[in-house]
Design a binder for this molecule. Structure first.
Ligand SMILES: [Zn+2]
Length: 229
């Protein structure tokens, strides 16, 4: 395990603790990373539940125009007929990581074996398309769904998992206006120097794509560096 990988794992574990608070619907986390003065403010844009023909290409176009890299936590079942989008994500320099193959909570969270099988199945597709297995994982719904036993099962297999500490809240609003999502992204990230932003690129999230440019503009203007896992 090299130093960079170890550092990433340490950062991810911190985020897990942080996101627990967030996910419990305390709305906005009060946790702030302790960063030295010379360390830049940074934001990781993450997109879950894609790819979709309708939303993913729009998001990729915007990211390209803005010169921003992101991390896509994909759903394997949805990617089977859209491998070209996973290829495009990878070819354009974004990180493709495991979210789930089926995204069916009742199957995934049934046992240690079922969660690992689901991850492996998704990862096989990632390997087939990109030539690389991912070691990065996001639990469907967040790690608080998993419990210690399943979290252990995932880390024992060599995966780092990452939650989030800010969100477009695009899985919570019903038919949101893009501006609502922009405001949610800004509000939930308030006061944090290190932001892991949750958004979705599944087929019903066109408002997310419509909000993305303004969110990027806000964080650029406020001195954040965009990073990918
Ligand atoms: Zn999901």
């Amino acid at each position: 395990m090299n130093r960079k990988f170890t550092a990433i794992c340490a950062a991810l574990l911190l985020l897990v603790a942080l996101s627990l608070q967030f996910a419990m619907r305390s709305a906005i986390s009060t946790f702030t990373f302790a960063l030295a003065d010379d360390q830049p403010k940074c934001i990781y844009l993450t997109f879950d539940d894609g790819p979709s023909d309708r939303v993913t290409p729009v998001i990729l176009d915007i990211l390209k125009e803005e010169g921003v890299k992101a991390t896509f936590f994909i759903v394997g079942e949805r990617a089977e007929t859209r491998k070209y989008l996973i290829k495009r994500e990878s070819d354009e320099g974004h990180t493709v990581a495991v979210h789930s193959y089926s995204h069916r909570y009742s199957d995934i969270y049934a046992s240690r074996e079922s969660i690992i099988d689901d991850i492996i199945k998704c990862n096989r597709l990632i390997y087939e398309v990109t030539g690389n297995f991912s070691t990065l994982y996001r639990f469907p719904g967040g790690s608080f769904f998993a419990g210690d036993r399943l979290k252990e099962a995932v880390t024992e297999k060599g995966f780092c998992y990452v939650d989030w500490n800010a969100s477009f809240r695009d899985a919570e609003f019903v038919n949101p206006e893009p501006q609502q999502l922009v405001e949610a992204a800004i509000e939930t990230a308030a006061g944090q120097n290190r932001v892991v932003m949750l958004a979705h690129d599944s087929t019903d999230k066109s408002a997310t794509a419509a909000a993305l440019r303004d969110v990027i503009a806000y964080f650029k203007k406020n001195g954040y560096e965009f990073r990918q896992f």
